[in-house]
Design a protein around this ligand. Structure first.
Ligand SMILES: CC/C=C\C=C\CC(=O)SCCNC(=O)CCNC(=O)[C@H](O)C(C)(C)COP(=O)(O)OP(=O)(O)OC[C@H]1O[C@@H](n2cnc3c(N)ncnc32)[C@H](O)[C@@H]1OP(=O)(O)O
Length: 720
């Protein structure tokens, strides 16, 4: 709703009231319509101020209302009525003015923002466009190039940038409402002719065609198949080429296609899923709202390889003191230089001085961590080494220090068992580069205390990560699901596909990189080492041809054979593809690999068949999804949102497809089940194609929508 009061004798003050972000629900829109009418009809009122309660102007349309029977007054005529008013209307912007909130402000005659406010049109990230006149007013106000940037990226700008761009008229340091009321009094008698943005001509840049072609090319490249950024460019183009009202028609038409699209549903699901995962719970009943984190003032990182360096940077950027330990002197010196460089570049990008540089101290002695509150171990991925480090940490650290491991797959419980206080141990699985990638898997074991989980989750938040709490199992959530996905791609090569075909299918789906390009980037030797540790690797050169069976299941030794040849991917200049030189990033098709593959097939009596994109997608993605269902069944992830957020933020799953579990719902669970069964029948020896019981159960219960899966899972668990 909206509250109306008269202040300073002649200013009508309208306060939006809809906690927590004053979203424009039907009640708020009705409130605005009613209070504006009242202010304009009150002869004592000479000017109007619109603000939001609790220090936030407005977070935009109420996203929870989308997809429901949206009643209440529509935004466009409401904003038009404000702009057409014959009394000045001033927006007093504190906190955020986003989406419909900023569009409301653009309908006002003046905008005053608090210096800490942030403004933006983030609709594109929800699969929409600013359809309450945002695409038509903003270019008229700040010009086409700046409007294109804000609308197609959805980025939020600071009040200072908004002032510089001309989005706001003034910035207030103290009470924005007081400043706006004072300002409203000063402009009460002024003409409004030049203050109605919809009446401005849209400036037409001289390089008009090149500008729009460039913008379209840029969004097509970065959108990976998302349709909203393209529609945003089209809507701004309409502003630049058509009269205002016709531009509004185009905006409406484009929005109509987006609003009901699957992509908008997926992106809005991601918005809420991202918030849902912070409300974690563990199978033992521990929860985010009943578990208090302990403050971390000083933390340590053990091991300064690539991951350790990134973690040290991420920690130091929070402002806390960090002890960085590396026992090898040469590595320590190199790491010190690299970490300083990363901090300096990061500070430069943000226009800050690198204060975090002075927050890190370096040591080659593990004793240096004696007084820290939390340690993150990031040594080489070797269980024996990690066990030793945990034993040392347990002896060295002060009582109560949380001990975390950055392992990507090893058993966290086993490490916990090496310490005196296993309840203080959790996994903190970062993704490379650790100071850049947003995802953090916080891995709890049966002994991890709720406080340890809460502390790791809070620390993740402080580092700007999207943290997801998951249970302990081989590979946790992300890497456990990745295994069948990668293996399926290997089987497809054996059956007739090429790395190029598989990658193209996955990249057209929206992944930034297909499975083979990704494998070349991260290094084939990583998986090889793990498979060797698991006793799966048979030397091809020794026996002439390694078998294609392990532990009674079909196994593809293709990756092992490449590693035997020293083909570790980009770093060696050869992998599934070839590169100009080691370290170069442009993958080129490799004739050597193609003839190697043909020989391999011939040696094993495999006859290549034609494989299309659909089969690549169905086999690779459905086995990954099937493993996701197993993870839910095992209680390793609390809900489908956790899995989806892990895949969107850590594994390049296209956000506009909502994450693997949401995608399964969109495709139809019955279809996923049917296709898995189909491939299982066609390839009975290929692992992972057996649909799991939760998937069957969900299909049997009528394929409920994703937000109702938890009920089915709960029932399943109660019956076990
Ligand atoms: C016909 C016309 C149709 C459509 C018009 C569309 C135009 C639009 O306006 S679309 C919406 C555009 N707005 C946004 O995208 C802003 C989304 N919100 C945010 O970015 C942030 O929430 C924030 C406003 C910057 C505040 O951030 P923070 O303080 O970190 O809080 P959060 O945890 O993010 O949010 C708190 C709480 O509020 C819920 N929420 C936030 N925004 C909305 C919203 N616009 N509608 C409904 N609910 C919203 C959020 O989900 C959180 O609630 P939980 O219960 O915890 O999930």
């Amino acid at each position: 709703m909206a509250q109306y009061t008269r202040v300073s004798g002649s200013v009508g003050l309208i306060t939006l009231q809809n906690p927590p972000v004053n979203a424009l629900s039907a009640a708020v829109r009705q409130g605005i319509v009613d209070t504006v009418k009242r202010a304009l009809g009150d002869p004592k009122v000479k000017s109007v101020v619109i603000c939001g309660q609790n220090g936030i102007f407005c977070g935009g349309a109420d996203i929870k209302e989308f997809g429901t029977n949206m009643s209440g007054p529509p935004l466009v005529p409401m904003i038009h009525a404000i702009e057409a008013a014959n009394k000045p209307v001033v927006a007093a912007i504190e906190g955020s003015a986003l989406g419909g909130g900023l569009e409301l402000a653009l309908g006002c005659h003046y905008r005053i923002a608090h210096s800490k406010a942030r403004l933006g049109l983030p609709e594109v990230s929800l699969g929409l466009l600013p359809a309450a006149g945002g695409t038509q007013r903003l270019p008229r106000l700040i010009g086409v190039p700046a409007a294109l940037d804000l609308i197609t990226t959805g980025r939020h700008v600071t009040a200072a940038e908004a002032l510089q761009l001309g989005v706001v008229d003034r910035v207030a340091e103290h009470s924005t409402v007081d400043a706006a009321v004072k300002f409203a009094l000063s402009v009460a008698a002024k003409s409004l002719d030049a203050r109605r943005i919809s009446t401005y001509p849209c400036p037409r840049p001289s390089d008009f065609d090149a500008l729009f072609e460039g913008a379209m090319q840029k969004v097509r490249q970065s959108a990976r198949g998302a349709i909203a950024p393209v529609a945003c460019v089209q809507a701004v183009r309409a502003a630049a080429t058509r009269p205002y009202l016709q531009g509004m028609e185009r905006e409406k038409e484009l929005m109509a296609t987006l609003f009901t699209s699957g992509q908008a549903r997926a992106l809005q699901y991601c918005f809420f899923a991202q918030r849902a995962v912070s409300k974690w719970n563990m199978p033992n009943g521990a929860r985010w709202d009943t578990s208090k984190p302990r403050p971390v003032h000083k933390a340590a990182v053990i091991g300064l390889g690539t991951m350790g360096r990134g973690i040290a940077v991420a920690l130091a950027q929070t402002g806390m003191s960090v002890v960085a330990v590396e026992t090898q002197e040469k590595q320590l010196m190199e790491a010190k230089q690299a970490v300083s460089g990363m901090l300096e570049r990061g500070a430069k990008r943000r226009g800050l001085t690198p204060a975090a540089l002075h927050k890190i101290s370096y040591s080659h002695d593990i004793q240096a961590v004696a007084d820290v509150d939390l340690v993150i171990e990031a040594v080489f991925e070797d269980m024996a080494l990690k066990k030793k480090v945990f034993q040392q940490l347990s002896a060295v650290c002060k009582p109560g220090t949380f001990l975390c491991t950055n392992t990507s797959a090893l058993d966290v419980d086993h490490l916990a068992s090496q310490t005196r206080n296993p309840e203080l141990v959790v996994g903190m699985h970062f993704f490379a580069p650790a100071h850049v990638m947003k995802l953090l898997e916080v891995v709890y074991g049966p002994q991890s205390s709720p406080q340890a989980v809460a502390t790791a989750m809070q620390l993740g938040k402080k580092m700007g990560k999207v943290s997801v709490a998951v249970g302990n199992c081989r590979g946790f959530v992300g890497n456990r699901m990745l295994k069948p996905y990668i293996e399926q791609a290997f089987f497809l090569l054996e059956e007739g596909a090429t790395p190029e075909l598989v990658d193209r299918a996955l990249e057209e789906f929206g992944f930034p990189m297909g499975v083979f390009r990704m494998s070349d980037l991260s290094g084939l030797d990583v998986g090889w080492r793990v498979r060797k540790g698991d006793g799966l690797v048979e030397s091809g050169s020794a026996s002439g041809q390694p078998t294609r069976l392990r532990e009674g299941r079909r196994y593809s030794p293709l990756g092992d054979l490449l590693c035997e040849q020293g083909r570790f991917g980009q770093k060696t200049g050869r992998g599934w593809y070839q590169y100009d030189k080691p370290g170069s990033r442009v993958a080129r098709s490799d004739p050597w690999f193609h003839s190697f593959l043909e020989e391999y097939r011939a040696r094993h009596g495999l006859v290549a068949r034609r494989i299309d994109h659909q089969e690549v997608l169905e086999r690779c993605l459905y086995v990954l999804i099937n493993e996701g269902f197993r993870i839910l069944e095992d209680g390793i992830a609390a809900g489908p949102e956790d899995i989806d957020i892990i895949y969107v933020f850590g594994y390049g799953w296209p956000r506009h497809r909502g994450g693997p579990m949401f995608y399964a719902g969109m495709v139809g669970l019955a279809t996923v089940l049917e296709r898995l069964e189909h491939y299982r029948q066609a390839h009975p020896d290929v692992p992972y194609l057996q649909p799991c019981s939760l998937l069957r159960r969900l299909v049997a219960s009528g394929s409920p929508p994703v937000h109702r899966w938890r009920e089915v899972i709960k029932k399943l668990h109660s019956q076990l």
